[in-house]
Ligand binder design. Structure first.
Ligand SMILES: Nc1ncnc2c1ncn2[C@@H]1O[C@H](COP(=O)(O)OP(=O)(O)OP(=O)(O)O)[C@@H](O)[C@H]1O
Ligand SMILES: [Mg+2]
Length: 511
């Protein structure tokens, strides 16, 4: 017989364990937002700290209305797979349906106990405790536990109390996890929508950088705000300028392009602002300038960095007041134009050199949109190739396409001339190629040379030649389905030479 003190000590130890288990369960539940992992930790905690032989967390699938084991302790994988219950089926199902805990003192004598998981060959002596996992009257699932009772253990009531607390912790976690998942899903959806959300007809740009550009275009197009497009030559500045116009409320009005670098300085003023008859020698009649013609539309001032300093004050006035006088006239003309400018030059540098007025710079720089160079958005290259191939094939009635080796050269090249260079290269290939399938061997050597420069940063000639040879040999082999003799003929070398070079460049594996 145990003394009263030792019984009391047992009780304290037991209570302590319960408390530790509850604390531990709440700790693991808040450790992360991984449903199965956290619930699995809960079950292991219960197994270790409360000496429960087996345990399961079942959660209700809102669609199939079935209970599914999400975490378990003391069950094999097969057992887990079998453990599906419908509402009202077996004890677990009953608990779910009635939303009340159930205890089966000896599962061997209970007909309702279905032992679906098949995990208890000898049922006698094992008690089964089962509590609903409930959040604000909504049953989310069931927590079940097997226990072999001995004198050492506390009472069933104690166990039920602890399990109820743990079930309510689990319920809170599951709810939190559900809303977390929902937010995450929403975030993912938004991201996916954003990717490729902004599109502009005939302008390619799936890359993040171009998507940012498109987003800005969509934002600014409806307004009358002055936009400056910056970026290297051939990045699409003019294309974007047109898009801004055609996506704006003034799309029905004129789009007037004027290149500030294309006309001798002496003629610029009259071109832009017009002149009166006799304003200067040769002005036989009066003429309106680009600003007047662009009335109710958009004027696109390209190469604005080349605008002579003498003309800058007059442009500044148009920007501020939307007014000017024709050359040789005192009559002020008012226009309603939107001004879009572009430059590939370093305007800040020009300002610091005194070649560009800073007040004009600030006026123009209201909304800058930077067009990224092609080398910073490699992921757009394939789409651009498709886009241009389609166009030029259609125009030339051809069906030319690039094979893998050629595509790789295009992807590796750094495109100093940006999209324009890519566009021209594709056009040339479509027109000039004698075959429909183009391999790296058919590509202009310049593409391959640059590729080597880009890759190595140096231009050692022997290195280049080797690299070009390698690419050409691979291309020829690809074209001839690995037939070395045919490939050699294609390259204008003997089979012996190609064999030697394949060895020299270690291409055996690729052949
Ligand atoms: N994103 C794009 N999608 C499809 N075509 C493009 C794209 N960007 C540029 N292009 C094409 O590339 C060529 C060069 O574009 P654009 O003339 O707009 O460049 P730019 O920046 O004005 O160049 P530059 O500074 O040399 O004037 C054009 O034929 C244009 O249609
Ligand atoms: Mg241009």
């Amino acid at each position: 017989m145990k003394s009263a003190t030792s019984k009391k000590t047992d009780l304290i130890v037991h209570k302590n364990r319960e408390l530790t288990a509850i604390l531990e369960v709440s700790r693991v539940l808040t450790a992360s937002f991984e449903l199965e992992k956290n619930l699995q930790s809960v079950m292991s905690t219960l197994g270790n700290l409360l000496e429960m032989q087996r345990g399961c967390v079942f959660l209700l699938d809102p669609v199939s209305k079935e209970l599914r084991i999400v975490a378990a302790h003391g069950l094999t994988k097969q057992n887990i797979g079998k453990g599906k219950y419908r509402i009202g089926e077996g004890i677990v199902g009953r608990v779910l349906e009635k939303k009340i805990p159930m205890v089966i003192p000896n599962i061997g004598e209970e007909p309702l106990f279905l032992n679906k998981t098949g995990s208890r060959p000898e049922k006698d002596g094992v008690s089964f405790l089962c509590v609903p996992i409930e959040f604000k009257k909504e049953v989310l699932g069931v927590l079940s536990v097997d226990r072999i009772y001995s004198k050492k253990h506390g009472s069933v009531d104690d166990d039920l109390r602890v399990l109820k607390i743990i079930a309510s912790l689990i319920a809170q976690f599951v709810k939190l996890w559900e809303s977390y998942e929902e937010v995450e899903k929403e975030k993912e959806n938004l991201k996916r929508e954003l990717k490729g959300k902004y599109s502009i007809e005939n302008i390619i740009g799936q890359s993040d950088r171009m998507q940012e550009v498109f987003e800005s275009v969509h934002r600014v197009a409806p307004s009358k705000a002055t936009v400056i497009l910056r970026g290297e030559s051939g990045t699409g500045k003019e294309l974007i300028a047109k898009a801004i116009h055609y996506m704006s409320p003034r799309s029905k009005g004129p789009f007037i392009k004027f290149n500030c670098a294309s006309i001798p300085e002496g003629l610029l003023e009259s071109e832009l602002f017009g002149h009166e008859k006799g304003a200067f020698t040769g002005a036989v009649s009066s003429r309106s300038g680009k600003f007047e013609i662009a009335h109710k539309g958009t004027i696109f001032l390209d190469e604005i960095g080349d605008l002579p300093i003498t003309l800058q004050p007059k442009i500044l006035r148009v920007l501020q007041e939307r007014e000017f006088e024709r050359v040789g006239s005192e009559k002020t003309i008012k226009v309603d134009v939107r001004i879009v400018t572009a430059t590939s030059r370093n305007l800040e540098h020009l300002v610091s050199q005194g070649k560009f007025r800073d007040d004009l710079y600030f006026r123009l720089n209201v909304i800058p949109i930077l067009l990224p160079p092609l080398r910073d958005r490699g992921e757009d290259i394939s789409t651009l190739i498709d886009h241009f191939s389609k166009r030029f094939n259609k125009e030339n009635n051809r069906a030319v396409s690039l094979d893998k080796s050629a595509l790789q050269v295009f992807l590796d090249y750094d495109w100093p001339g940006n999209v324009r260079e890519l566009e021209n290269t594709i056009e040339r290939l479509v027109i000039m190629s004698s075959e429909d399938r183009i391999s790296s061997a058919d590509l202009p050597v310049s593409l391959n040379i640059r590729r080597v420069r880009g890759a190595e940063g140096t231009t050692s000639l022997s290195g280049n030649v080797a690299e070009i040879e390698k690419i050409n040999i691979l291309g020829a082999l690809e074209k001839t389905g690995g037939n070395q003799a045919k490939a050699a003929r294609l390259l204008g070398i003997t089979p012996r030479q190609i064999g030697y070079k394949i060895k020299k460049y270690g291409l055996e594996e690729k052949v």
